[in-house]
Design a protein around this ligand. Structure first.
Ligand code: PMP
Length: 290
């Protein structure tokens, strides 16, 4: 059975229980991270822990663990569970209060939960044929740079895609692309990679950073700047990126084929190369034991 970590102890998942007065349960008051693990090595762990710190600072919650302690706990969760490739989920909430009160409790004892699941990346058919997406107005709050557990808007937006038989929902705010319901979005136009800038309107994706690093390393022109909705709709290629989806081509948006060739609904060449670079980079990092 899966072993999880809750409040200082490792235990079987069936024994892990959180009090109903936990602010994570009552208010969605907490932060989380999801870290892919390849061949039992967490990928870009320091960067994930830095983003966790950014979220905790943003919601005014003291980090319950130093970086070295997080690394130790994550290493132990990975070791205690089956599978070489895993997806480690960690969550910190503001803990349990005695009353339901919006304002923070005086004594904050955060709840720390870590679990791991088998890492599920997109099936080859999705990668080879690409996926369909819809779009929707970005109706989330204005701190989308924080990876908080209050994910109701993201869940509603992702479900809208699923209801339409699609994989992801692209979000537009005030005429510009922000991101996906649970991914970052890249646009290719005329051989140039376009990416919305990291600001309060999108999550600073770890995969987003890797993609831009690989892009620079291979000399592909990139522009990190606001991307107009019309540019996204008229893209040669669209990709979604995340720790679990990696680099996944979007070939239909709102039922329209992506790209200029209306007869060819298939992933474009830049995305294919980026996917290969991403896989090669993972291998290099794992061999180097980063
Ligand atoms: N944006 C949102 C809203 C997300 O939920 C995620 C990850 N699930 C991402 C972007 C991608 O982030 P990462 O590359 O760090 O997985």
């Amino acid at each position: 059975m899966t072993t999880v970590f809750l409040d200082g102890q490792f235990m079987p998942i069936a024994e892990a229980k959180v009090p109903v007065m936990d602010r994570g349960f009552l208010f969605g008051d907490g932060a989380y991270e999801l870290i892919p693990v390849y061949s039992r090595r967490p990928f870009r762990l320091a960067e994930h822990l830095r983003r966790l710190q950014h979220t905790l600072d943003g919601i005014r919650l003291a980090n319950p663990h130093a970086e070295a302690e997080w690394m130790r706990l994550i290493g132990e969760i990975v070791a205690r569970n089956d599978g070489d490739d895993q997806s480690v989920y960690l969550q910190v909430t503001r803990g349990a209060d005695t009353k339901r009160n919006h304002a923070f409790p005086a004594q904050v004892v955060p709840t720390v939960f870590i679990m791991t699941e088998p890492l599920v990346t997109p099936p080859p058919a999705q990668r080879e044929q690409g996926i369909a997406a819809i779009s929707a107005p970005d109706m989330r709050w204005l701190r989308c740079d924080l990876k908080t557990i209050s994910l109701l808007a993201n869940c509603l937006l992702r479900q809208q895609a699923v209801d339409a038989g699609c994989v992801e929902t692209l979000l537009f705010r005030d005429g510009f692309l922000t991101e996906g319901a649970a991914s970052n979005i890249f646009v290719v136009r005329d051989g140039v990679l376009l990416a919305p800038p990291k600001d309060h309107l999108m999550l600073p994706g770890i995969t987003y950073d890797v993609v831009l690093e690989l892009d620079a390393a291979h000399g592909l022109p990139a522009e990190v700047r606001p991307v107009a909705e019309a540019e996204a709709r008229g893209a040669d290629e669209l990709w979604m990126t995340s720790s679990t989806k990696e680099v996944l081509p979007i070939v239909r948006l709102d039922g329209q084929p992506v790209g200029r060739d209306e007869n060819a609904v298939r992933p474009g060449p830049v995305g294919r190369r980026m996917y290969d670079w991403y896989q090669a980079f993972k291998q290099t990092v794992m061999r180097a034991g980063e």
